[in-house]
Design a binder for this molecule. Structure first.
Ligand code: NAD
Length: 285
């Protein structure tokens, strides 16, 4: 099913910008909404810069780059999403913020629009029930960086219709991704399995078993992982990682999901990983 044409994206952070690029590359018109026009414009400017680098490296033709850029616009006005067929919410991992946004969105966009969330762990049903169209709400969980990562988890809350799940799956496939369907349960497939590992890596460094650099080296060389747990936490963002662990713990009460103190302290200190230039490792900004 490919009668979705215009995609709205809420949030201009790491994932919002990646989603805009993915949708535009696949030929969809994409409009990104951020709370401030400056942030939305900065996101598009960063995307244009990234695409220019790909042109320089010979990985993207200039006319293709121009076509992708021409399909992306930015706004701070939620009302500009009125004619979108699919809206993907990708703002901060906070249930109350997302619920408020879903109920607001529901009053603004056309009745046929599908409302999706890119949440990593939060209950999609709560977002569905914040709208008047719970049958048209689902999760489309892309991975970071969205243009490069192959997987999308299509999350089915109890209320979603088969048409909604089919349309979201078709969208993911049209974006060149592998789609898997999963029940609306915290962490879905990947994060439910991944985060105990990441959390336990931090615990291992807390008790002094090995340095963070050596733990990363060990997991890359010993398991053939492309990056170690600390580099991955920095990439995901430590605030997002903490929110994911808290949501997993709230759902399952499994000690493996109880965020270790170091992670919480680093978030309190504003060391959020790559996006702030400092996390477990330092990044030149
Ligand atoms: N970072 C990852 O690896 C990753 C991967 C998959 C999914 N996700 C999910 O994507 C979503 C966004 O994560 P991100 O990594 O892009 O985060 P980010 O911190 O890079 O961006 C968060 C965005 O939310 C906006 N925001 C913050 N508070 C807000 C509010 N009160 N109202 C409206 N907007 C607000 C910010 O302005 C920013 O645009 C989260 O649900 C996260 O769980 C993240």
């Amino acid at each position: 099913m490919s009668d979705l044409k215009k995609i709205g994206i809420l949030g201009s952070g790491i994932m919002g910008s990646g989603l805009a690029e993915v949708a535009a590359r696949a030929g969809y018109t994409a409009i990104v909404r951020s709370r401030s026009q400056d942030a939305a414009d900065a996101m598009v400017a960063a995307m244009v810069k990234g695409l220019a680098k790909q042109v320089e490296r010979g990985k993207l033709a200039e006319d293709e780059r121009d076509a992708i850029v021409g399909r992306v616009s930015a706004t701070s006005n939620l009302g500009d999403l009125v004619d979108c067929d699919l809206i993907i919410e990708s703002v901060v991992e906070d249930l109350d913020v997302k619920k408020t946004l879903f109920s607001e969105l529901d009053t603004v966009v056309k009745p046929t629009a599908i409302l999706a969330t890119n949440t990593s762990t939060l209950p999609v049903i709560e977002l569905a029930m914040a709208t008047s169209r719970p049958d048209q709400v689902c999760g489309v969980h892309f991975f970071n960086p969205a243009p490069a990562m192959k997987l999308v988890e299509i999350v089915r809350p109890l209320t979603a219709s088969d048409d909604t799940i089919a349309a979201a799956t078709a969208f993911a496939v049209a974006c060149g991704k592998d789609a898997v369907e999963v029940k609306d349960q915290a962490g879905f497939i990947v994060n439910a399995l991944l985060f105990p590992y990441l959390n336990n890596a931090v615990r291992m460094s807390e008790v002094g078993v090995a340095s963070i650099a050596d733990i990363d080296t060990a997991m890359k060389g010993g398991c053939n992982f492309p990056m170690g747990p600390f580099a991955l936490l920095d990439l995901v963002g430590l605030d997002t990682s903490l929110a994911i662990l808290d949501a997993l713990y709230a759902e399952f009460r499994d000690p493996n999901y109880a965020a270790v103190p170091t992670l919480r302290r680093m978030v309190a200190a504003g060391r959020l990983g790559r996006k702030t230039g400092q996390g477990f490792f330092d990044y030149a900004r």
